[in-house]
Design a protein around this ligand. Structure first.
Ligand SMILES: NC(=O)c1ccc[n+]([C@@H]2O[C@H](COP(=O)([O-])OP(=O)(O)OC[C@H]3O[C@@H](n4cnc5c(N)ncnc54)[C@H](O)[C@@H]3O)[C@@H](O)[C@H]2O)c1
Ligand SMILES: O=C(O)C[C@H](O)C(=O)O
Ligand SMILES: [Mn+2]
Length: 540
């Protein structure tokens, strides 16, 4: 291999840390400054430089440069500063970088960009993108519904890259095993179509049979090319996310983060909240505000938990009230999605059904114990809505989950202030602890990033052939007991600072369940996890 093929390859490059002997053997002598540094020295220096950048976006650009030149160094620094760097590498700052992607493009980041024009050559593209690496994990997006910021076409590739970064930092997934993919099936965002600098396919999105065929071709090829693959879907639109999952779940080891990841972390947060209040899930009524991919995904998982706790499916379903743009969803509406339909209510249940077109009226009529927001509609959990809810229940469970920060239904601070500290909260983006009347409230982060790395590690460690409902439920329960819920102001979920630790806990629970269900061979789970765990250290 030529010297610059090594120095320009982020998987091989060690920069100033190449030893004298390596420099000699690899023909790098004279191509690097003479001093040999350790990874630790490089990491310290990198962190100092990072700290000196003024804005979050500059910090992100700087970290991306390190990522593009030296993966080991990047993950060394990231894993040493997870709490500080997560919001920069990932949500919320990633949202801005996605919006700017085409204008500020520097590096394709070893991703695969699949279009209608090149999908015929998919096999060759996958070979090139893998470049001899053993790919076991793909995060794929079609970027139709990126976070809450909508359709971003090819720019959405950053979400695949970012989600994969978190897999490695949080769960030690080998960065050589991963491949970010964007399926650029066009975009319906006029602003991009008209932007001379837009780097994606300048056409409207393909739909219907053409779209389904595109997805099918993609799945067929990646599955046959990479036999140990775990396929993670991210930020697909409301009409596709759950449908794709339904088709492929019975066939392959696959996961939709917005449906299942969000479901798991939200259920875990709700269980944490109930532990704090001492209440019972099956007694609760549940309002979902924004009944799309994430909203219905969470509702379905919470409903299964109610069934697991003893309710019949009918009883469990009767606890749920879905609210979307139309207001409360009724069974006579003609524009319900396939996923919304089973939850639609009857107008005859209410004396004022026709007035239930806004959240406040619904909260007043239903008096729920749990309110989860996945609406992309900022500020919609108003003081009136929240205080109405708090007037009927002692400890309202309120999760404003829309991302990024500018789209959240409410801030943690406001929820606590308006309820005098009574609200049990989890948010989509991270919050620092909040002081209120002498109590310090830690705010749980119900972001799927706290769960998907552990789930993936579990599946990959034991080579599970499917991700079953039981494995998903095991993941949601695995987080219990990590938070001390007796402490005043305790969070509903464990802190990001413990992410690596609880990712392993989640992975073990998932792997154990896979073995129990016959979806993976009998084996020593700890040994299997240790065997694949990647650490940011230079290879000899
Ligand atoms: N915290 C997490 O881990 C997490 C995970 C997934 C999604 N999310 C967030 O949830 C939000 C939704 O994501 P999604 O993938 O489900 O999108 P989606 O488009 O599938 O669903 C959004 C739903 O909200 C509805 N909606 C829009 N405006 C509304 C309004 N004013 N009132 C009521 N409903 C309204 C839409 O009609 C749609 O049904 C995004 O902001 C996303 O960032 C958070
Ligand atoms: O990406 C995130 O921060 C969480 C989630 O997957 C989302 O779409 O908002
Ligand atoms: Mn997402």
């Amino acid at each position: 291999m030529k010297a610059y093929e090594i120095l320009n390859n982020p998987f091989l490059n060690k920069g100033t840390a190449f030893t004298k002997e390596e420099r000699k053997n690899l023909g790098l002598e004279g191509l690097l400054p003479p001093v040999v540094q350790t990874l630790e020295q490089q990491a310290t220096q990198t962190y100092e430089l990072f700290s000196r950048k003024d804005s979050l976006l500059q910090k992100r650009e700087f970290l991306m440069r390190i990522f593009s030149t030296n993966r080991t160094l990047f993950f060394k620094v990231f894993s040493e500063h997870v709490v500080e760097m997560m919001p920069i590498v990932y949500d919320p700052v990633i949202a801005e970088s996605i919006e700017r992607f085409s204008h500020e493009f520097i590096d394709p980041e070893y991703a695969a960009y699949i279009t209608e024009e090149n999908i015929d050559q998919l096999d060759t593209i996958l070979d090139r993108a893998a470049d001899g690496r053993d790919i076991r994990l793909i995060v794929v997006t079609d970027a139709e519904e990126i976070l809450g910021i909508g359709d971003w076409g090819t720019n959405g590739v950053d979400i695949s890259v970012g989600k994969l970064m978190v897999y490695t930092a949080a769960a030690g997934v080998n960065p050589e095993w991963v491949l970010p993919v964007v399926l650029d099936v066009g975009t319906n965002r006029q602003e991009l179509l008209e932007d001379p600098l837009y780097l994606g396919v300048r056409k409207n999105r393909i739909t219907g049979d053409a779209y389904n065929k595109f997805i099918e071709t993609f799945v067929r090829h990646v599955e046959s090319k990479f036999p140990k693959l775990y396929l993670h879907w991210e930020d697909f639109g409301r009409d596709h996310a759950t449908e794709i999952l339904k088709v492929y779940r019975p066939q392959i080891a696959t996961f939709n983060d917005d449906v299942q990841g969000t479901g798991i972390i939200s259920l875990a947060g709700i269980l944490g909240a109930l532990k704090i209040s001492g209440d019972t899930l099956t007694d609760k009524k549940y309002v979902c505000f924004g009944a799309g991919t994430a909203g219905v995904g969470i509702a379905n998982l919470v409903m299964s938990e109610m069934v697991a706790q003893g309710l019949s499916e009918e009883e469990a379903r009767s606890r749920f009230y879905l609210v979307d743009k139309q207001g409360l969803l009724f069974d006579d509406m003609t524009d319900l999605t396939i996923e919304q339909k089973p939850f639609a209510r009857k107008r005859s249940e209410f004396t004022n059904a026709n007035e239930l077109t806004n959240l406040h009226a619904v909260i007043k009529a239903v008096q729920p114990g749990i309110l989860v927001g996945t609406s992309t509609a900022p500020g919609t959990f108003t003081k009136e809505v929240v205080q109405e809810m708090a007037s009927h229940v002692e400890r309202p469970i309120i999760f404003p989950l829309s991302n990024p920060t500018k789209l959240a239904e409410a801030s943690a601070q406001d929820l606590l202030t308006w309820t005098d500290g009574k609200a049990l909260i989890a948010t989509g983006v991270p919050y620092s602890p909040i002081e209120l009347k002498g109590v310090t409230y830690d705010i749980g982060q119900a972001n799927n990033a706290l769960i998907y790395p552990g789930v993936g590690l579990g599946v990959l460690a034991v080579n599970a052939t499917r991700l079953s409902d039981a494995m998903i439920s095991a993941a949601a329960h695995a987080l219990q007991g990590i938070v001390d819920t007796t402490k005043p102001g305790a969070a509903t979920l464990p802190p990001v600072a413990k992410l690596t630790q609880f990712s392993r806990t989640v992975a073990k629970a998932v792997a154990e369940c896979a073995i129990k269900e016959g979806l993976a061979p009998e084996q020593d789970i700890d040994a299997a996890i240790d065997a694949i765990l990647w650490k940011p250290e230079y290879k000899k």
